[in-house]
Design a protein around this ligand. Structure first.
Ligand code: CO8
Length: 260
């Protein structure tokens, strides 16, 4: 595949993937999602002697500011659920990737961006990173696994607060909550992620892939939650509130929700 939105560089056995849509704050459009699917489902799996993968965002402002809202206008019940399912499947490829994957979060990690970071095995954030699930501002809910993974990382109480208020949290708070593994000075996140991958690369590769497999197996009983999220996302796509919320974002005005 010819990558258009992912810049992939290999250095010393580590693949550094930069999501390269800086003007849209690296929002995940369909093309970017396909490219992630191809890397984690095909290309990356074929790469011999791969020590691990780092995912980051282009520029200093955003890791990923969410799914691309400009692609939301035709979503209905079926298409919304199918979109969510497809995204969940792609993020599951990342979570199940047999080599360690680290998100180097260099700025906003919102909506699908926070979900992408949570699908990675570890997270290193720059001091200026901000995390949040602001979908309710758009009349939506997270659809790429956010309702499930956020609860797993930070617990039900705080996760529900973030999911319902759409509040963003700082890197320091994310560290305290256990959402990120390390916080670095701005610009230091890739170096720290590289250091972690080099340390893990000293260990037995099959054992590492089995650790990943077992950590995922711990949650398998909870798979029904993902199914529920996909269907609920589709239902949100049928509401007037969703049209109002996503329309208001694109028109740069405040949404006026009617609860319909
Ligand atoms: N999608 C598309 N474009 C975006 C997005 C996005 N998620 N985020 C930012 N942009 C664009 C802006 O429209 C703007 O474009 P332009 O320059 O052409 O006007 C450019 O990026 C810069 O953004 P701002 O001018 O808004 O920058 P600010 O510094 O004022 O604000 C924020 C930065 C706070 C990050 C703000 O851009 C923002 O709130 N963005 C949206 C965040 C959001 O709501 N994310 C969640 C999206 S929904 C989602 O991710 C659901 C995932 C599951 C989907 C399931 C299937 C569809």
């Amino acid at each position: 595949m010819q990558y258009e939105n992912l810049n992939i560089e290999y250095q010393d056995g580590i693949a550094l993937i930069t999501i390269n849509r800086e003007k849209a704050l690296n929002a995940l459009n369909s093309q970017t999602m396909e490219e992630l699917e191809y890397f984690f489902g095909t290309d990356g799996l074929q790469e011999q002697n791969l020590k691990g993968v780092i995912i980051t965002g282009a520029g200093a402002k955003a890791f990923v500011a969410g799914a691309d809202i400009t692609e939301f206008k035709d979503l209905d019940l079926e298409r919304g659920a199918a979109f969510a399912k497809h995204g969940q499947d792609i993020f599951n490829l990342i979570e199940r990737f047999p080599r360690p994957v680290i998100a180097a979060v260099n700025g906003f990690a919102l909506g699908g961006g926070c979900e992408l970071a949570m699908a990675c095995h570890l997270r290193v954030a720059s001091e200026n990173a901000r995390f949040g699930q602001p979908e309710v501002n758009l009349g939506l809910i997270p659809g790429y696994g956010g309702t499930q993974r956020l609860i797993r990382y930070i617990g039900r109480g705080k996760a529900l607060e973030l999911l319902m208020t759409a509040d963003m949290i700082s890197a320091a708070e994310a560290l305290q909550l256990g959402l990120v593994n390390y916080v670095t000075a701005p610009g230091g996140e890739i170096e720290k992620a590289t250091e972690l991958l080099q340390k893990i690369a000293q260990k037995a590769p099959i054992a590492i892939s089995k650790v990943i497999e077992c950590a995922n197996a711990y949650y398998e009983a909870g798979q029904a939650g993902f199914q529920h999220e996909k269907n609920a996302f589709g239902t949100c796509c049928t509401t007037e509130d969703f049209k109002e919320g996503s329309g208001a974002f694109l028109e740069k005005r405040k949404a006026n929700f009617q609860g319909r």
